[in-house]
Design a binder for this molecule. Sequence first.
Ligand code: NAP
Length: 252
Amino acid sequence: MSRFAGKVAVVTGAAQGIGAATARLLAADGASVAVVDLSEESAQRVVDEIVGKGGTALAIGADVSDEAAVEAMTARVVEAYGRLDILVNNAGITRDNMLFKMSAAEWNQVLTVNLTSIFLCSKAAQKHMVAQKYGKIVNLSSRSALGNRGQANYAAAKAGVQGLTATLAIELGPFNITVNAVAPGYIATAMTAATAERVGSSPDEHQKMAAERTPLRRVGQPEEVASVIAFLASDESSYVSGQTLYINGGAR
Ligand code: NAP
């Protein structure tokens, strides 16, 4: 399949988890992919995998919450591949705590990495997308946007992502740029494994409890989010914009 032949994609936070699965899928479908993460070395491992399978990819180390780093990362992608068609704003962190214990630093860090980074990366990417009159932006929200105990910072950031997505769709639509978000439920990644550890549970036990609360009776896998992101990044979703699609096994 070559849904993305000739297309250039940036996936942030792509050294592992949902981002890595997305980078692999976009590359397998023909895109040239910039695998962006804090550590260039970790991103390179995903690039090596992609290239080993005949794909095209480039590892870039960048903190997506740093405006200068985002500008430099975007410039490097356009210099390497000549254009920028797809931006997947996937990088994210959690710093869970109950409100009465949450520090301002925990609040700010989560807002900055999960929300401000999307503002920065989208602003840098749109310059090229507007000039091309073509672009696809997909943002990572979360089911936690609806509220989740111990996640005031993360829920606020992920709800903010939905508002930002709807607004960018309005502003960038006239330039043939679509902007959508996905809101996953429980996906088995390092992020949820770290949550399990924090609450004194094993990843398996934690996943089992999450599965019991989910109509499909299992947790999700990174590839099951990547396939929806790829749909929203493809021309199959050409008249879909400003939407947030929940990927949560049927949970309300
Ligand atoms: P993950 O396994 O923790 O991967 C996130 C990646 O982002 C890591 O490689 C991380 O690098 C990187 N990253 C963190 N801060 C960054 C920064 N400032 N600049 C560049 N890269 C940065 O997470 P995941 O579970 O795949 O989640 C991916 C996205 O989906 C996140 O936005 C998350 O909030 C969202 N999501 C996840 C779930 C879930 O259940 N897993 C559910 C809903 C939404 P380091 O490892 O070096 O920090």
